[in-house]
Ligand binder design. Structure first.
Ligand SMILES: Cc1ncc(COP(=O)(O)O)c(C=O)c1O
Length: 404
């Protein structure tokens, strides 16, 4: 287990009586991220691209931010597109690739994903792209390759899928999916937003073409990132001004540039991960070491919650209660027989336990499971910075509400 005092002191916003269990919605930012934002804004926020010293320093701070985002996914800087959010970046990518496709070409989307990696692709239907839906298996909340097989054709241009569900926390075999998609001659676009706060992402090992991450869920500021394999990014059409060349990657995907002060703060994520790694017995790459610590800490934190939910006969945990870190992250969604999804979070508010209910923008998944009328699911999402004491407060307050 991580040293909880050190971890908590690294996040100023955790100094609150509330126990935060809505972390899949967004993490709180690391102190180092806040400090870097303040430093950039108070000292060097001038126009970039000029020859004077301060302008050069501002440009270098932004470049260091891109470099950090790239390191987080084991990518290169020129494969790292930054923007306001994953959703916005996916819309840009869809528009860019559409310009290279023909009417009748096909895109496969899932009904498990957050809408961020569905809506932008489905919107292409109006332009003559054929959309096919890869459906989740309700028993496991998994995407099965056998089901994908039936949808792939020689017109498939891209398959958009989630690496991990933001609602139920079930991890999909992204490497196997990307491999199959590549064999079929199509591009893969994985949504890693719900995976990246919990596990080391290595886009090279996954061998995906595109990968989305929202850095405000990985202890950072509101910045989205899109990894693109170099050739895949070169192959899309620019969505920037006419005079920005097709070879200007990633700038051709960044109209208006990036949000300077937030991108300049991204190395603060690395500062935190390195501080975690320096206290870890895991050697080697600090990012790898930090995420190994998070994985183990989160497994321990999630165990009593999953045990409690399993013991409650009226509760159904979507995707099951298996706590194997290879299968799930500590994002847990459940329904309680006879209760609207809102009832439990609203009752927990009284104990200053921040939990949430709804469809979490995975509307199609909730619809497929017939859960819209009862308000979707109750979702409890942990991060390594939660403590065993907070989880105990939660399970104590939750038990009577779910009849455990
Ligand atoms: C799995 C997943 N994908 C995409 C998004 C959208 O991210 P953004 O807010 O950066 O557009 C979210 C946000 O909750 C998410 O959980």
């Amino acid at each position: 287990m991580l040293d909880s005092d050190f971890v908590r002191a690294s996040f100023p916003a955790l100094d609150t009586p509330w126990a935060l269990f809505d972390n899949a919605g967004g993490s709180v930012p690391a102190r180092a991220v806040i400090q870097r934002t303040v430093d950039y804004m108070s000292r060097i926020q001038v126009q970039t691209g000029a020859s004077y010293d301060l302008s050069v320093e501002a440009g270098s701070a932004i470049a260091a931010g891109r470099s950090m985002a790239a390191r987080l996914l084991n990518a290169d800087e020129n494969e790292t597109v930054l923007g306001p959010s994953s959703t916005a970046l996916c819309y840009r990518l869809a528009a860019s690739l559409r310009a290279t496709w023909k009417e009748g070409d096909e895109v496969i989307v899932t009904n498990l994903d957050h809408e961020a990696n569905v809506g932008p692709w489905r919107a292409l239907e109006e332009t003559g792209i054929v959309i096919r839906e890869w459906r989740l298996r309700p028993e496991t909340m998994a995407l099965e390759l056998d089901d994908l097989e039936e949808l792939l054709t020689d017109r498939t241009r891209l398959v958009a899928f989630t690496h991990c569900s933001n609602v139920v926390g079930v991890i999909q075999d992204a490497a196997a999916i990307a491999r199959r998609v590549r064999e079929a001659g199509a591009l893969s676009c994985a949504d890693g937003v719900a995976y990246a706060p919990h596990r080391r992402v290595d886009v090279k090992a996954l061998d995906v073409d595109f990968y989305l991450v929202s850095l405000y869920k990985v202890f950072g500021p509101h910045v989205g990132m899109l990894y693109g394999r170099r050739d895949a990014l070169m192959g899309g059409r620019s969505v920037n001004h006419f005079f920005v060349g097709e070879g200007e990657v990633p700038y051709k995907y960044e109209p208006g540039g990036v949000t300077h002060e937030l991108v300049a703060a991204l190395p603060g994520i690395g500062d935190y991960l390195e501080a975690v790694a320096s206290r870890s017995a895991h050697g080697g790459d600090p990012i790898e070491a930090a995420f190994a610590e998070f994985t183990e800490t989160e497994r321990v934190l999630a165990a009593p919650l999953l045990d409690l939910l399993e013991s409650a006969p009226r509760v159904q945990v979507l995707g099951g209660t298996d706590n194997d870190p290879a299968r799930r992250v500590p994002t847990v969604a459940f329904t309680t027989e006879g209760k609207h999804a809102s009832e439990i979070p609203e009752a927990l508010d009284k104990s200053q336990l921040a939990v949430r209910w709804g469809h979490f923008y995975a509307y199609r998944a909730m619809e497929a499971l017939g859960l819209i009328d009862q308000g979707g699911v109750t979702r409890i999402s942990l991060l390594h910075y939660n403590t065993p004491a907070e989880v105990e407060r939660l399970t104590r307050a939750l038990a009577p509400l779910i009849g455990a």
